[in-house]
Design a protein around this ligand. Structure first.
Ligand SMILES: CC(C)=CCC/C(C)=C/CC/C(C)=C/COP(=O)(O)OP(=O)(O)O
Length: 543
C-alpha cells in the first residue's frame, strides 16, 4: 500500500442515539430506595453475624446467596474474615457433604483464592469415572459445572467433571420441557457460566431465579432488588456524564469514520470496576478506552503510513510541542490523548495522592508502538510467524493499558505497588492479554479480511505451523481454555498484591467472553451486545 493510501473501514455509527445522554435522577425514588435499603442492609448484616454461630453449611449457603444476589460488596471484610476462619473446617468435614454442597463450597473457596483441593470430588467417582448415579441430581450437576470452571492447569479431575456435567446438563436442557426456575438456570449456565460472567448481569439473572425459589428469604431478595436499581441509577448518571464529554468533543462529526463506542466503553468500565465507590475510576477508564479506540482506528482504519510515522513519534514524546507537527485527524486524536491523560492526573491530584499518570503514559506509548508495528506489517502485506506476531499482539490487545487505567482509577493506597507490578507484565496480565487477543482475532477474522488489515493470530499460526484455518482455530481455542486455567491459578493465594488488583484482569477475561461470545460485540454492538448492555444499564429490576 502506498504511503498516501487510507485503509478505510466502514464502521456503523453508535446505536444509542441520545438514550443515555440525559438521565435526570428521580430524586424521590432514589430517596425512597436508599432509605429502605439502609434498613434492610443492617438486617442482612445481622443475618450474617448470627449465621457465624450456626452450622457451617448454613453460613456458607447464606454467603453464597448474598454473593450471587450481587450485594456481597457491602459486607466484603466480614465475609473474607469468616471464610478465612471456616476454611480449615471444610477439609475435615468434607465426607459428610453431598455433591451440591461440596461443589458450592469448592467454588466459594476458590473464588476467594483458597486452594481447596480438587480431590474433594474423588469420592463421586467409581472405577475411575464420575458415578452416573449423581447425574440425576440436577442441582448437584449444575453446582459441579460451575465449580469446575475454576480449574487450574493439570487438574484432570476437573476437566473430567466439566465434560461430565456439561454433557448431562445439555441432555437435561433438551428433554426438560418445563420452564421452571431450575431449567432456566441450567440453560443460562450452559450459555454463560457464572465464573465467566459479569457480576452485575449475573446478579440480575440470579435475582430472577431466586424470586422463584420457594425457600427464598424475602428480605434478602428485596435488598438485592433495591440495591441493583440504586447502583444502576448511579451508572446512568455516570454514563450521561461521559456521553456529554464525547458529544462536547464533537467526535461524531470530526471523526465520522471512527468507531463511536462510548456506551460500550462504559459497559467495559462497569464490568471491570462495578462497585459504586469506583465512580471516578469508571469515568476515567471509559475516557482512556475511547482515546485508545480512536487511536486503534487511526492506525488500523484511517491513517496513511506517513501520518502514522509522525503520530508515533509524537506519542513517543507525549508533549504539547508535538501537536504542531500533526494535521487533521491525527491532531484530533493526539489532543484527545493528551487531554484524557491530563484529566486523569487532575483526578489523582484531587484525591491527594503523591503518584501521577506517568505509568499510564508509559503503557500508552508501548501500546501505540505496537499498533505502529502492525500498521507497517499491513503496509507491506507481511504475515509474521506466530512467535513474532503474538508478543506484539498481546500489547496491542489494549488490556495492559486498560488494566493500568483501572488500577489508577481505583485509587487505593497501594496503587504505586500495583502499578509497579503491572509494569513488569506479570502472568495475570499476559494471560488476560492472550485471552483477549485470540478471541478478538477469531471473531474479527472475516471482517478484517474484507479490508487491508494486519494479519491475525489465525493467519500467523497457519503460516508458522502449516495448518488449515480450522486446525489453527481449534488450537487457538485450546489456548483460550488454558488462559482460564492460568488465570484461575494466578488468583490463588498467596498473591503478590491485594486480590482486588488481580481480579481486574480476571474481569477483563469475563468482559471479553461476554463481548465476543456472539461475534465482535464492540465493533457491532447491534448484533447481540446491545441486549446485555440494556439488561445491565438500562432496564431496572421490577420491585
Ligand atoms: C483488541 C481487543 C481485545 C480489544 C479489547 C479492548 C478494547 C475494547 C479496547 C478499545 C478499543 C479497541 C482497540 C478495540 C478493538 O478493536 P479491533 O477489534 O479492531 O481490534 P484490533 O484492531 O486490535 O484487531
Amino acid at each position: 500500500m502506498s504511503n498516501q493510501c487510507r485503509p478505510l473501514a466502514n464502521f456503523n455509527p453508535s446505536i444509542w442515539g441520545d438514550r443515555f445522554t440525559s438521565t435526570p435522577r428521580d430524586h424521590q425514588q432514589w430517596e425512597a430506595y436508599s432509605n429502605e435499603s439502609d434498613v434492610l442492609k443492617s438486617e442482612v448484616r445481622n443475618m450474617l453475624v448470627s449465621a457465624a454461630s450456626s452450622k457451617m453449611t448454613e453460613e456458607l449457603m447464606l454467603i453464597n446467596t448474598i454473593e450471587r444476589l450481587g450485594v456481597a460488596y457491602h459486607f466484603q471484610d466480614f465475609i473474607e474474615e469468616r471464610l478465612g476462619k471456616v476454611y480449615g473446617n471444610f477439609e475435615s468435614d468434607q465426607h459428610q457433604h453431598d455433591l451440591f454442597t461440596t461443589s458450592t463450597y469448592f467454588r466459594i473457596f476458590r473464588q476467594h483464592g483458597y486452594n481447596i483441593t480438587s480431590d474433594v470430588f474423588s469420592r463421586f467417582k467409581i472405577e475411575g469415572k464420575f458415578d452416573e448415579a449423581i447425574s440425576k441430581d440436577q442441582m448437584g450437576m449444575l453446582s459441579l459445572y460451575e465449580a469446575a470452571q475454576l480449574r487450574t492447569p493439570g487438574e484432570a479431575i476437573l476437566d473430567e467433571a466439566l465434560a461430565f456435567a456439561t454433557s448431562h446438563l445439555s441432555a437435561m436442557a433438551k428433554i426438560d420441557l418445563e420452564s421452571g426456575s431450575l431449567s432456566r438456570q441450567i440453560m443460562h449456565a450452559l450459555e454463560q457460566p457464572l465464573h465467566k460472567g459479569l457480576s452485575r448481569i449475573e446478579a440480575k439473572h440470579f435475582i430472577s431465579f431466586y424470586e422463584e425459589d420457594p425457600s427464598r428469604n424475602e428480605l434478602l431478595l428485596k435488598f438485592a432488588k433495591l440495591d441493583f436499581n440504586l447502583v444502576q441509577m448511579l451508572y446512568k448518571q455516570e454514563l450521561s456524564q461521559v456521553n456529554r464529554w464525547w458529544a462536547d468533543l464533537g467526535f461524531d462529526s470530526k471523526l465520522p469514520q471512527f468507531r463511536s463506542r462510548v456506551v460500550e466503553g462504559y459497559f467495559w468500565a462497569v464490568s471491570i470496576l462495578y462497585e459504586p465507590c469506583y465512580a471516578v475510576g469508571r469515568i476515567m477508564f471509559t475516557k482512556v478506552l475511547c482515546a485508545l479506540s480512536i487511536a486503534d482506528d487511526l492506525y488500523d482504519a484511517y491513517g496513511t503510513m506517513d501520518e502514522l510515522d509522525l503520530y508515533t513519534k509524537a506519542i513517543e514524546r507525549f508533549d504539547l510541542q508535538s501537536i504542531e507537527g500533526l494535521q487533521g485527524h491525527s491532531k484530533v486524536c493526539y489532543i484527545t490523548c493528551l487531554n484524557v491523560l491530563r484529566e486523569f492526573d487532575d483526578e489523582i491530584i484531587k484525591k491527594g495522592r503523591y503518584y501521577d499518570v506517568s505509568y499510564l503514559k508509559e503503557v500508552f506509548k508501548a501500546n501505540l508502538i505496537c499498533y505502529h508495528i502492525e500498521a507497517k506489517w499491513r503496509d507491506i502485506n507481511y504475515v509474521p510467524p506466530f512467535e513474532e506476531y503474538f508478543p506484539n499482539a498481546l500489547t496491542s490487545s489494549g488490556i495492559w493499558i486498560l488494566g493500568v487505567a483501572s488500577i489508577l482509577g481505583m485509587a487505593h493506597v497501594d496503587t504505586v505497588q500495583a502499578c509497579e507490578w503491572a509494569l513488569t507484565k506479570p502472568k495475570a496480565i499476559l494471560v488476560a492479554e492472550a485471552n483477549a487477543r485470540i478471541l478478538n482475532d477469531i471473531v474479527g477474522f472475516e471482517e478484517e479480511h474484507s479490508r487491508p488489515h494486519v494479519a491475525t493470530s489465525i493467519d500467523c499460526y497457519r503460516k508458522e505451523y502449516g495448518v488449515s484455518k480450522e486446525e489453527a482455530v481449534a488450537k487457538l481455542e485450546e489456548m483460550i481454555d488454558n488462559t482460564w486455567k492460568d488465570m484461575n491459578e494466578a488468583c490463588l493465594r498467596p498473591a503478590p498484591l491485594p486480590m482486588h488488583f488481580i481480579t481486574v484482569f480476571l474481569n477483563f477475561m469475563r468482559v471479553c467472553f461476554v463481548t465476543y461470545k456472539a461475534g465482535d460485540g464492540y465493533t457491532h454492538p447491534e448484533q447481540q451486545l446491545k441486549d446485555e448492555i440494556k439488561f445491565m444499564l438500562l432496564d431496572p429490576v421490577l420491585i
